[in-house]
Structures are given as C-alpha cells and as structure tokens.
Design a protein around this ligand. Structure first.
Ligand code: ZN
Length: 159
C-alpha cells in the first residue's frame, strides 16, 4: 500500500470518529442488539429497521443506527459499518463482514479499494480486532434477532 493510501485510510477512520454516521437510537427500529468488548471497554448497540424491498424478495436493512462508547477504532468501525450494510440482505451483510474480517485479520486489502480497507492496519494489533468487529457482530446479531417494538427515545443524532 502506498503512503498516500495509508494516509487516506487513516483519514477515513479519523473522519468517522469525529463525525460518526447514523449515531443515536433509531425510533423506527424493529431489531436491536448490543455488543460489548470487555477487554477494551467498548460498547455498541445497533438498531435496525428490517423490511422487504419494495420489489419484494428477502428482508433488507432499510434503516440503521448505532450507539455506543469506547475506543476510536470501535466507534469509527461501527460508524463505517452502518454506511456499508444499509439496503443489504442478511446474506449480503455476512459476505461483507467476511471481507472485513479478512482485512482486519490479514491486512490484505480487497482488489476493489473500499473504505473498509481503512482498517487493514488493525491486523498488526490482534487485541484490537475485537474493537473493529464489535459493531459488525452487533449488526449481524440484530438482524437475526426477534422483532421488537421501536425503542422509545427522543435521542436522535442521525445524519
Ligand atoms: Zn476498543
């Protein structure tokens, strides 16, 4: 990876950390899951509104948000995750997570450059892999979970 790309990828993480996307509780959510990473103290809740596409077919993530606290890697990764999985089916989310997991465990970037590759540097710090994957685990768990009534809250900071 060139120095320029390394800088770009660091910018992606810094940017999501400073300006998290889709942060806050989702008033219309019908799936919720919480994940925590005790070794680092990271917390992450993911809220989904799962619904079939207008054209039918399998359920997709119509809306998503996350809420949490913890290290920069965990929060930036959760923020980026929300932008990547919106509109996707459970199978598509699983495939994307597999790609992301490969990036953070091996440092190998996919052939097609994506923002997910910003986390390739995590592979050099095995203890941080759980930070980077926390939000993804919560999203996958939320998708599998039983439907819930919308969480009652007035807190919203959604982009
Ligand atoms: Zn962490």
């Amino acid at each position: 990876m060139s120095a320029d790309l390394t800088e770009l990828y660091q910018q992606v993480i810094l940017d999501h950390n400073r300006r998290p996307r889709n942060r806050g509780k989702l008033p219309t959510a019908n799936r919720v899951a919480h994940g925590d990473n005790p070794t680092c103290g990271d917390q992450c809740s993911v809220y989904l509104r799962v619904a079939p596409a207008a054209t039918g077919g399998p359920d997709r993530i119509a809306e998503i948000s996350f809420d949490g606290s913890g290290c920069a890697i965990s929060q930036a990764s959760a923020s980026l995750m929300t932008t990547q999985v919106k509109g996707k089916t459970a199978d598509e989310v699983a495939a994307l997570y597999k790609e992301f997991h490969e990036i953070v465990t091996t440092g190998k970037s996919p052939e097609e450059i994506s923002d997910l590759a910003a986390f390739a540097g995590v592979h050099a710090f095995p203890a941080r892999i759980k930070c980077a994957t926390l939000g993804w685990h919560a999203a996958i768990e939320a998708f599998k979970s039983d439907p819930v009534a919308a969480p009652t809250t007035t807190e919203t900071h959604l982009d």
